[in-house]
Write a protein that binds this ligand. Structure first.
Ligand code: FAD
Length: 388
């Protein structure tokens, strides 16, 4: 087992760190939160640096790098803010990977080069007002009409909603019940009958576009079918890549909070001494570092094991679950180290706590992840609709 980063990976991290300091990403993070404006200006810059689609197939303009490199980049940028890391997340661990892995030649040519240039982006659209964790009961419906599909339904909490050019919509095809009837259809912004609800007003991740999607008799060409009904497992296994990205966001936010708390503990004085002289403060910082390192090992294991393909469901679920809870604990502890100033918007840790709180719901709740993990540990499936 090799725990060392390659020279290329170290260089990637150094480059992003230097850029973040030079371009004052800490200040930018605060501005994004205060204004709730997404930093769109970063997209062409990231495209020029080869960060967008760095893990996608080189045949379509991608970088062909292993998934772990995207995880490292997301972590480094999320130390400032998840919104600063979001374009790297979307273009490497988002549903564009479904197209890269399972799409047709035409779909890959139409989408991947544009994603790598920062001109296109794809949102994942699973959740509905009445179907979140219970995804297989989703009601969005695609009916065949000649060569096309007619799509009806509503999606909710869709990250990138309104901003993304394309939407990978999980829908039921025909009358097939349960997961066997679910597949993935690519819907483009601007298609007649496709509209957006109002933007969400979340406690954190301020500036991240998110809204409902409304489909009213949207005519979608049959050529936009990416995952056929019955291949639902393909959609879900690709989602494990996204889980690693979600967990990388947690590593970044927690690292940012831990570094802010460590620095503050050396500068802030009480009883005539820096507060880092007090063992209570030292232990808080040590516990933060310990949990962060444990999460990092789980996330890197899941992402490295995937290479350029899919991570193990077990490893990705465990990594996401642990990292999701770790980031809440670490940002909360960081706030304590800051005392009263931690609760003030003048300092960054309350924002980090608000941003960090999202991930244990987004991308599947920690409860649902534990159900997945339990099925591995007991060697059998626990049907949530029946007593087992
Ligand atoms: C910031 C953010 C970004 C998001 N981005 C997207 C996106 O881009 N695309 C998308 O499709 N969705 C997105 N979501 C939605 C997210 O995936 C869902 O909110 C999540 O899957 C939970 O679904 P729900 O909200 O309907 O909660 P519910 O499913 O109603 O769950 C409510 C509570 O009950 C628990 N629960 C439910 N069933 C069980 C069970 N069997 N056993 C134990 N506990 C259970 C859940 O864990 C949860 O605590 C996002 C959400 C957030 C907050």
């Amino acid at each position: 087992m090799d725990f060392n980063l390659t020279d290329e990976q170290r260089m990637l991290i150094d480059t992003l760190r230097t850029m973040g300091e030079r371009e004052k990403f800490r200040d930018l993070a605060q501005q994004i939160d205060a204004s709730a404006q997404f930093p769109y200006h970063l997209i062409p810059k990231y495209a020029g640096m080869g960060l967008l689609g760095m893990t996608l197939s080189p045949a379509y303009g991608g970088g062909g790098q292993p998934g772990i490199n995207a995880v490292l980049a997301i972590e480094e940028l999320a130390k400032y803010s998840p919104m600063i890391a979001a374009p790297v997340f979307e273009s490497n661990v988002g549903p564009v990977r479904v197209i890269d892995l399972f799409g047709t030649e035409e779909q890959k040519k139409a989408i991947i080069p544009g994603v790598c240039r920062g001109e296109l982006s794809v949102s994942v659209c699973m959740t509905e007002p009445e179907a979140g964790s219970d995804l297989t009961s989703l009601a969005t419906h695609a009916a065949r009409d000649g060569d096309d599909f007619i799509l009806n339904g509503r999606k909710t909490f869709i990250t990138g909603g309104g901003h993304a050019s394309h939407y990978m919509v999980y829908t039921r095809f025909g009358d097939i019940k349960g997961y066997k009837g679910i597949g993935g259809l690519l819907v483009e912004k601007g298609m007649p009958g496709f509209s957006f609800g109002r933007q969400e007003d979340f406690m954190g991740l301020r500036g991240m576009p998110s809204c409902d999607l409304i489909f009213e008799d949207v005519r979608v060409p049959g050529t936009n079918l990416v995952v056929r009904p019955g291949e639902f497992v393909n959609l879900m296994s690709t989602f494990d890549i996204e889980r690693c990205g979600n967990a990388a966001m947690c590593l970044g936010v927690a690292s940012g909070a831990m570094e802010a708390a460590r620095t503050y503990a050396m500068e802030r004085h009480a009883f005539g001494r820096p507060i880092c002289d007090f063992q209570a403060i030292q232990f808080m910082i040590v516990d933060m570092a310990m949990r962060l390192d444990a999460a990092r090992l789980l996330v890197y294991r899941a992402a490295s094991g995937a290479g350029q393909g899919l991570p193990s469901i077990y490893e990705a679920s465990m990594a996401k679950c642990y990292a999701n809870e770790m980031v809440i604990d670490v940002t909360n502890t960081a706030m304590q180290v800051f005392g009263g100033y931690g609760y003030s918007r003048e300092f960054p840790v309350e924002r980090m706590l608000r941003d960090g709180r999202a991930w244990c719901v987004a991308g599947g709740t920690v409860q649902m992840l534990r159900i997945t993990l339990a099925s591995f540990l007991f060697g059998r499936r626990f049907d949530q609709r029946k007593s087992n």
